[in-house]
Design a protein around this ligand. Structure first.
Ligand SMILES: [Mg+2]
Length: 167
């Protein structure tokens, strides 16, 4: 199902090496807005040490953001010391392919972490990558995202019902 993630977590920091090993993931493509930073551009607490820890265990990281604000994305990428792509036009596959080349991994070895089904999850599924949906950091959203949230909530509820049934 193209709309469903493979995992649904509270936030990006719940991703650890044992989860990545379990699903044979060697790299992560990371969304920025409401995944790594909040509406006011504050980085999630302790994110640097989270990224450091994964990198030290050989996990490759790359940012893939739809924002056209280069400065905003670059700042996060510099703090975490990882490559970045901005203005990515997710869910189109182009940006995911570019990130794949940067990571030098196969699609099935890449987890895609983001807070939006209509961009992050659909794009990951179309690219044959492993979608990991996280809850948005902030209740506040830019206008276009705000419109999409109720639709996404319907999908998330269906997805949660489905995984509950399969337990
Ligand atoms: Mg986002």
């Amino acid at each position: 199902m193209i709309l469903y993630p493979k995992l649904y977590l509270n936030n990006v920091k719940e991703i650890n090496i044992s989860i990545l090993n379990k699903y044979n993931l060697k790299g992560l493509i990371l969304d920025v807005d409401n995944t790594l930073i909040d509406y006011n551009k504050n980085l999630l607490e302790d994110l640097e040490s989270w990224a450091e820890d994964l990198k030290s265990q050989g996990i490759k990281l790359c940012i893939l953001s739809n924002t056209n604000n280069k400065q905003k994305v670059e700042k996060v990428a510099n703090i975490l010391d990882i490559p970045y792509i901005y203005f990515a036009q997710k869910p189109l596959k182009n940006g995911f392919n570019k990130a794949k080349e940067i990571l030098k991994l196969q699609p099935n070895e890449i987890g895609v972490v983001g807070d939006q089904i209509l961009t992050d999850v659909i794009g990951a599924n179309k690219s044959n990558m492993f979608p990991i949906l996280v809850k948005p950091i902030d209740k506040k959203d830019i206008f276009i995202t705000k419109i999409k949230r109720p639709i996404e909530q319907v999908i998330i509820n269906k997805y949660l019902k489905k995984i509950e049934k399969n337990k």
